[in-house]
Design a protein around this ligand. Structure first.
Ligand code: PLP
Length: 379
């Protein structure tokens, strides 16, 4: 039986040609031809006024924390059920995390519990569109406006997903994307900052270029460049941008393939899931998902672990996901304790992700499904 991995990055064909072109053109550093192509592509397709490629989503989040001037003691609201970078980027500036629980249906930040978490020190709300399914942005943006607190969308899973017909990543003043190997579109390690509020645009360029106005200098808008602000080096090499552009220009092909994989799992597991009290993903009517992953919620931790072991015995890799951040070693230092986010705690124990990648074949997928259906539910 051949091994079926959980994730496997794929190339679409032009990656090599574009990388060779970058090398031949001696265009290796940041903000060269392919970086500009990626910026323009994302700006045009999403309708975002300004996009900047970054070295990772983590770094795009760090830029957001710098742009918001997060100071020691400021509070930032994030879901407990997310990747560490969503909050670590703000904690680096001295922020105190405030962990929100998630909705039991979409596993997104529970907007009904959001207002209670706001204090006079709240400086940002950072929702995560889990599995590329939109958070309840109408409610979140309404709270943001009423309290004057900026929203930063961590859209690492959600590129090309929509909420009420509007692209994810276009709601908050800033949003971040990831092009890590595990995401729908990749260049190995990479990311982007989406700037929806142009008041942040000039300073974002400076922060990304080591605190200098080098971008203005390259555009001929100043005759020398100098130190303007704090900053770091957040721009990726032209080689990575070349690889990424080959993926982005094929985004419809990638998304259509992922849609088919997702549907195949859903259709072939629906009846089994219902019979065994397993919950499949909820996609609200008003959301178009980004087909980032396929997960199931098992009735208990024991059953989840047993199913992982069963699939492993069939040479199939399936994995759990985020551990609650409020219960992590760092989360506890910030006062997190058992029971703070009960939905997160329960979901984290019971969630299982199935193999999901662009080149997953229908026969391999059928083998995963058959193995699941053969799992003996009575332990
Ligand atoms: C992958 C991921 C990140 C981090 O992305 P990098 O590009 O690896 O820094 C951040 N947030 C979420 C929700 C992610 O899934």
């Amino acid at each position: 039986m051949q091994y079926i991995p959980f994730n496997q990055p794929s190339t679409l064909g032009k990656e090599f040609e574009y990388i060779v072109r970058t090398i031949m053109d001696r265009d290796l550093s940041g903000d060269g031809a392919f970086t500009k192509k990626c910026h323009a592509f994302l700006e045009q397709h999403l309708g975002v006024p300004k996009v900047l490629l970054t070295t990772s989503c983590t770094h795009a989040l760090e830029m957001a924390a710098l742009l918001l001037n997060i100071q020691p003691g400021d509070e930032v609201i994030v879901p407990s059920f997310t990747f560490v970078s969503t909050i670590n980027a703000f904690v680096l500036r001295g922020a105190q995390p405030v962990f929100s629980d998630i909705r039991p249906d979409t596993l997104n930040m529970d907007e009904a519990k959001l207002e209670k978490l706001i204090s006079p020190r709240t400086r940002a709300i950072v929702p995560v569109h889990y599995a590329g399914v939109g958070c309840e942005m109408d409610t979140i943006m309404d709270i943001s406006r009423r309290y004057g607190i900026p929203v930063i969308e961590d859209n690492a899973h959600g590129l090309f997903g929509k909420y009420k017909n509007k692209y994810l990543g276009t709601f908050g003043c800033l949003a971040t994307q990831s092009f890590h190997e595990t995401k729908n579109f990749t260049c190995g390690e990479g990311g982007a900052l989406l700037i929806n509020n142009m008041e942040y645009a000039d300073r974002a360029e400076i922060i990304r270029e080591k605190g200098t106005n080098r971008s203005l200098f390259y555009r001929g808008q100043v005759d020398k460049y100098t130190w303007m602000d704090i900053g770091s080096s957040y721009l990726p090499s032209g080689i990575l941008a070349a690889f990424l552009y080959a993926q982005l220009e094929n985004y419809q092909r990638i998304q259509e393939k992922r849609r088919q994989i997702w549907q195949f799992y859903y259709e072939n597991l629906c009846d089994w899931a219902e019979d065994h009290q397993v919950k499949l993903p909820t996609i609200p009517e008003h959301c178009e998902q980004a087909y980032h992953m396929f997960y199931m919620l098992l009735p208990s931790l024991d059953l989840r672990q047993a199913l992982i072991a069963h699939l492993k015995s069939k040479n199939i890799s399936s994995v759990f996901h985020y551990l609650p951040l409020h219960l992590s070693q760092m989360g506890r230092k910030f006062g997190g304790s058992q029971g703070d986010c009960p939905v997160t705690e329960s979901v984290s124990d019971r969630l299982l992700r199935l193999p999901f990648y662009n080149e997953l074949t229908e026969s391999d997928q059928a083998r995963v499904i058959e193995s699941i259906r053969n799992f003996n539910f009575c332990l």
